[in-house]
Design a protein around this ligand. Structure first.
Ligand code: FO1
Length: 308
C-alpha cells in the first residue's frame, strides 16, 4: 500500500516509525515540514527532517525528543565560551549532519536531493521529502511582536501566546520533487499527530500540496495530536485553545476543514460534534504494541469506503 504522510515534530517522527513498523516502508513517503528550519552559526538546520531521520534510524534521544542519543556538547560549549550564537543547542554528533547538508546546499544541491542521500546513508527505507526545496519560514504573531519559529519556540520557550501564524515564502514555494507524485499515487493520505499550526499548516501553505489533498481521490486521515485535550509534548493544546477555541476532536478537525475524511482520536477525548468520522483508539505512541495499533487503525481507513 502507498501511504503519503504529512509530518512534523516529534509526533510526526514517532508516527512514521509506527507506520514503517507496520506497513512496507518502501510504500511510505514522508512529506515533512521545513517551516522551522533555521540558519545558525553558518549552518542550515532542518529540525523536523532530522528528527524523522534520527528516529527512524534508531539514533534519536527518546527522552529529549530531538537530537541524537549519546550526544556530547563540546563544540557548543566552545561556541558559547567564545561569545558565539549558542542559544540553539547543536550537539557534536548532530553537527556532522548540519555540516554535510550545508556544504551540499552551498554548491547548489537541492534540499530534497541532499535529504534523500542522507536518509539512504542512514539506512532509511521510506522516501523522506521536504515539503519544498524553496525557502519557507513559520512566523508566530504574539503580543510581544512577530518571531520566527525557533526564536519563539526555543529562545523564548514558546511562552508568548500566539495570536496567528504565517508562512514566509509560501507564495513562491513549490512542492519538492516527488511530493505531488507521492500524493497522486497514494492509496491513503495521512496527517501525523503533529501540531496542526506549526507542523502541518506550513506544508499546506504550499498551494499545490493543499490543492492535491483537497482534490484527492483517496481517503485522508489525521491522527489527533491531543490526548485528553493535552499535547504529549509542545504547545499544540494552548494554540488550539486560542486559535480554534478549544481542544476537543471537533476543534482539531476544524484545523483540517475540507482536507480530512477521518480523525483518529484517543478514548480520553470526546468525539461528539466532530465534523468528520472518528476512529477511537489509544493514540500514545510510546511502546511497540501501542504504535502498531495506531498504525493499523490508520491503514484500515484505506480499506473503508472511498470518500465522495
Ligand atoms: N529544541 C529546544 O527546545 N532547544 C534546543 O536548543 C534545540 C536544538 C535543536 C537542534 C537541532 C534539532 O534538530 C532540533 C533542536 N530542537 C531544540 C528541537 C526543535 O526546536 C523543535 O523540536 C522542532 O523544531 C519542533 O518541531
Amino acid at each position: 500500500m502507498n501511504v503519503a504522510v504529512l509530518a512534523g515534530g516529534v509526533g510526526g517522527a514517532r508516527f512514521l516509525r509506527a507506520l514503517t513498523e507496520t506497513a512496507d516502508p518502501a510504500g511510505v513517503t514522508a512529506i515533512v515540514n521545513v517551516g522551522d528550519d533555521l540558519d545558525i552559526a553558518g549552518l542550515h538546520v532542518a529540525p523536523d527532517l532530522d528528527t524523522v531521520l534520527y528516529t527512524l534510524a534508531g539514533l534519536s534521544d527518546e527522552e529529549r525528543g530531538w537530537g541524537r542519543a549519546g550526544e556530547t556538547w563540546n563544540a557548543l560549549d566552545t561556541l558559547r565560551e567564545l561569545g558565539g550564537d549558542g542559544w540553539f543547542a547543536l550537539g557534536d554528533r548532530d553537527l556532522g549532519l548540519h555540516l554535510a547538508r550545508t556544504q551540499a546546499l552551498r554548491v547548489g544541491e537541492p534540499l530534497s536531493a541532499i535529504t534523500a542521500r542522507l536518509a539512504a546513508a542512514a539506512g532509511l527505507e521510506l522516501s523522506l521529502l521536504p515539503a519544498t526545496d524553496d525557502r519557507l519560514r513559520t512566523w508566530l504573531e504574539t503580543a510581544s511582536g512577530a518571531f520566527e519559529f525557533q526564536e519563539w519556540f526555543v529562545r523564548r520557550r514558546h511562552a508568548d501566546a500566539v495570536g496567528g501564524v504565517r508562512f514566509e515564502g509560501a507564495d513562491q514555494a513549490g512542492p519538492a520533487p516527488g511530493v505531488l507524485a507521492a500524493l497522486d499515487e497514494a492509496d491513503l493520505i495521512a496527517i501525523a499527530p503533529s501540531n496542526p499550526y506549526v507542523s502541518i499548516w506550513p506544508i499546506l501553505s504550499v498551494a499545490p500540496i493543499r490543492a492535491a489533498i483537497e482534490n484527492r481521490r483517496v481517503p485522508c486521515v489525521a491522527v489527533s495530536p491531543l490526548i485528553g485535550g493535552r499535547a504529549v509534548k509542545g504547545p499544540a493544546a494552548e494554540m488550539l485553545d486560542r486559535l480554534a477555541g478549544g481542544t476537543t476532536p471537533a476543534h482539531v478537525a476544524s484545523t483540517y476543514a475540507g482536507l480530512i475524511d477521518v480523525l483518529v482520536v484517543d478514548p480520553a477525548d470526546d468525539p461528539a460534534d466532530a465534523p468528520v468520522r472518528t476512529v477511537v483508539t489509544p493514540t500514545l505512541l510510546d511502546e511497540p504494541d501501542a504504535r502498531r495499533r495506531v498504525a493499523a487503525a490508520v491503514l484500515d481507513v484505506a480499506r473503508g469506503p472511498v470518500p465522495a
